[in-house]
Design a protein around this ligand. Structure first.
Ligand SMILES: O=C1O[C@H]([C@@H](O)CO)C(O)=C1O
Length: 545
C-alpha cells in the first residue's frame, strides 16, 4: 500500500514551554504529524519548503532506504538542500515494523522543532512477543530559546560561543519554562498559554500500555520515569529485547524504546512522569507530564512532589542498562563471527584553526558542498578530499583521561570506503574533552544500517583482550548507541547497503562541530539518482542535456 502525505514546513511563533519562539512546524504542528504504515508499505512525503529564507532536508531515522539511498535526507551526504519555495518528494519503503523517527537534517534545524514519529505495524497475522492493550508514542526533547541559526553561528565563531544547557525539557512537545524569572522580557512568556499545559497520558486502571519513547534531544541524555510505576523494556531501536524491568529508562538522542507500563497503582489520583538531564551537570529543570488515571481530571496535579530523578554523574546505572540490552531470545539475528576490518574512532574535543571542534582520530568532519552520493556516482573527484581518513589512533601513547594534547587538529571531508558486503567493526573510544576531568556521553547514529552492539567497556579499548568478551550470541541490534564517559563501545555491521551513509554523534551541536564520519559502500550498485537531489555545488549543470 501507498501512504501519501502532503507536508508544508514553515516557521511559526509557538510557545511549547510558554516562551514565545519561532518554531518550524509541519502542517502547523511540532512535533509534526505521525506517519503510520504497515510493514512493506511505500511512504510518499511531498514536502513543501515554506521557510521563506532557509534550506531544508528531512531524515527518516532508522529507515534503511534500501535501493533509495538518495532519500535518506542527509543534506551534504545524500542530497542537495531543498530551496525555499521548492517541493521535494521523498519516497521509500518501510520494510520492517517498529518505532522510527523523522527530523530535520540540515544545519542545526532539528533544534527548531522539526521532528515526529513513524510507527510501522507488523503485517496481519504477525504479532510481537509481548501483549498490551494500548499503544502510545511520545518524543522527548530539550528546548532552547535561541534560534538554531544563532546557536550554529556561535559554535562556528571565534571566540567560540557554546550553546549552553537547554532552557527546558519537552515531553511530546510540551514543557514549562519559569515565566517569572527576571531575565524574561515582557510579552515573551505566557504561563497560562494552553500550548504549554503539561502533556497528559491518560490510562485506564488495570490496562497495559505499550509506550514508544523516542529521544530527539539536541544535547541532553535523559532519565525518564513514571512515578510509582515499573517499565518493562521490550523494544529498542525497532528490535525486540529480552524483557527487563526498570524504574528509570535512560535514553539518548536518536534512540527509541518501547516499554510496557501497567496502570496498577492507586487509581484515585494522577502521577508525575518526568525527564531529567543526566551525564551533564545541567541547570535545566526536569520535564513534567501527567500520567492520568481515568476518570480523574487530566489536569488534576498529582498530590506528590515530582520525582527528582538520578544524580547526573552516576555512570554505573547507565552502563548497566546498555549492558542489559540483549536481543529477544526468539528474534536473534546472530552477527558474523569475524569481521573484515576494524576501525577505531577516537572521540576528542580539540581546537582547530581557533575554533572549538570535535574530532575523530584528530580529524574534524565538514560537509562538502556537493553531496557525496552525487560526487561518487558522477565521479566528481575534486568535490571532496580523496585521502582516506585514519583507521585508528596511536593508542600506545594516548591518555584518554587527559585533555587532548593536539591543540591543532585538522578538518576534512574525506570518507571511509568499505568493501561491499564486508563485515566492519567500529570501536568508539571516548576520551577527555577540552575541560579537565570531563568526558561526555555521545550517542552515535548510523544511517542506512542497524549494527550489532558487541560490547561496552570502561577505559581504553584493548585490541587483544576486549574482543574475547564480545557478545556474539544474542547482541541487540540498534542504529544509535551511546559511548559512555571514558568508555568504549564496539559495533559490527554488514556493508550491504549501496550508498553513502553518515555516522555521527546525534548531539546536534557536536555533529555541527565535526563529530562524524561518512561510509561509502557499493556505489557502483546504486541506481540512477533522481534529478531532484541535484542543484548545489558541483552538481550544477550536470542535468543539462
Ligand atoms: O561541545 C561542547 O562544548 C562545551 C564545552 O566543552 C566548551 O565550553 C560542551 O560542554 C560541549 O559539549
Amino acid at each position: 500500500r501507498i501512504r501519501r502525505y502532503k507536508w508544508e514546513a514553515k516557521y511559526e511563533y509557538k510557545s511549547p514551554d510558554c516562551y514565545k519562539k519561532l518554531v518550524i512546524t509541519i502542517n502547523g504542528r511540532s512535533p509534526g504529524p505521525t506517519i503510520r504504515a504497515t510493514q512493506g508499505d511505500t511512504v510518499i512525503v511531498e514536502l513543501k519548503n515554506n521557510l521563506l529564507t532557509e534550506n531544508l532536508a528531512i531524515h527518516w531515522h532508522r529507515i534503511r532506504q534500501i535501493g533509495t539511498p538518495w532519500f535518506d535526507g542527509s543534506e551534504g551526504v545524500t542530497q542537495c538542500p531543498i530551496l525555499p519555495g521548492d517541493t521535494f518528494t521523498y519516497e521509500f519503503v518501510v520494510d520492517r515494523a517498529g518505532t522510527y523517527l523523522y527530523h530535520a537534517h540540515y544545519g542545526m534545524q532539528r533544534d527548531a522543532g522539526l521532528y515526529g514519529s513513524i510507527r510501522v505495524a507488523l503485517p496481519d497475522g504477525k504479532s510481537e512477543p509481548f501483549s498490551y492493550d494500548y499503544d502510545r508514542s511520545i518524543i522527548l526533547t530539550d528546548w532552547y530559546h535561541k534560534s538554531s541559526y544563532e546557536q550554529a553561528t556561535g559554535l562556528s565563531s571565534i571566540p567560540f560561543v557554546w550553546v549552553g544547557e537547554p532552557q527546558s525539557l519537552l515531553i511530546q512537545g510540551k514543557g514549562r519554562f519559569n515565566c517569572s524569572l527576571p531575565s524574561v522580557g515582557a510579552g515573551l512568556c505566557n504561563a497560562t498559554s494552553p500550548e504549554c499545559s503539561p502533556y497528559v497520558l491518560t490510562v485506564v486502571s488495570g490496562k497495559t500500555y505499550r509506550l514508544r519513547i523516542g529521544s530527539l534531544t539536541s544535547l541532553s541524555a535523559l532519565s525518564f520515569e513514571i512515578e510509582g510505576h515499573n517499565m518493562t523494556v521490550v523494544e529498542a531501536d525497532g528490535h525486540f529485547v529480552e524483557p527487563f524491568v526498570v524504574t528509570r529508562l535512560f535514553i539518548y538522542s536518536g534512540e527509541t524504546y518501547s516499554v510496557l507500563v501497567t496502570a496498577n497503582q492507586d487509581p484515585s489520583r494522577n502521577y508525575w512522569s518526568t525527564s531529567k538531564v543526566v551525564s551533564r551537570n545541567s541547570t535545566t529543570p526536569n520535564g513534567l507530564a501527567i500520567f492520568n488515571y481515568y476518570p480523574n481530571h487530566p489536569k488534576k496535579l498529582p498530590p506528590t512532589i515530582p520525582p527528582r530523578g538520578p544524580i547526573w554523574n552516576d555512570v554505573g546505572p547507565r552502563l548497566n542498562q546498555s549492558l542489559a540490552l540483549k536481543s529477544h531470545r526468539n528474534f536473534i539475528q546472530p552477527p558474523p563471527k569475524t569481521s573484515n576490518r576494524v576501525i577505531v574512532l577516537l572521540n576528542t574535543q580539540n581546537r582547530v584553526n581557533g575554533n572549538v571542534r570535535w574530532s575523530v582520530n584528530n580529524v574534524s568532519y565538514n560537509h562538502p558542498h556537493t553531496p557525496y552520493l552525487i560526487s561518487l556516482k558522477e565521479n566528481l573527484q575534486n568535490s571532496f578530499d580523496q585521502t582516506p581518513p585514519p583507521e585508528g589512533y596511536d593508542d600506545s601513547n594516548y591518555d584518554i583521561y587527559s585533555v587532548a594534547p593536539n591543540v591543532n587538529g585538522t578538518t576534512s571531508n574525506s570518507i571511509y570506503r568499505l568493501q561491499f558486503n564486508s563485515t566492519v567493526d567500529i570501536i568508539l573510544q571516548n576520551a577527555n574533552s577540552m575541560n579537565n576531568n570531563t568526558s561526555e556521553t555521545h550517542p552515535w547514529h548510523l544511517h542506512g544500517h542497524d549494527f550489532w552492539v558487541l560490547g561496552h567497556g570502561k577505559g581504553k579499548f584493548n585490541r587483544s583482550t576486549d574482543p574475547k568478551n564480545y557478545d556474539l550470541i544474542s547482541p541487540i541490534m540498534k542504529n544509535t548507541v551511546p559511548v559512555h564517559p571514558y568508555g568504549w563501545t564496539a559495533l559490527r555491521f554488514r556493508a550491504d547497503n549501496p550508498g553513502a551513509w553518515a555516522f555521527h554523534c546525534h548531539i546536534e551541536s557536536h555533529f555541527f562541530m565535526g563529530m562524524g564520519v561518512v561510509f561509502e559502500q557499493g556505489i557502483d550498485r546504486v541506481g540512477k539518482l533522481p534529478s531532484s537531489i541535484y542543484g548545489c555545488g558541483d552538481t550544477k549543470g550536470l542535468l543539462r542535456p
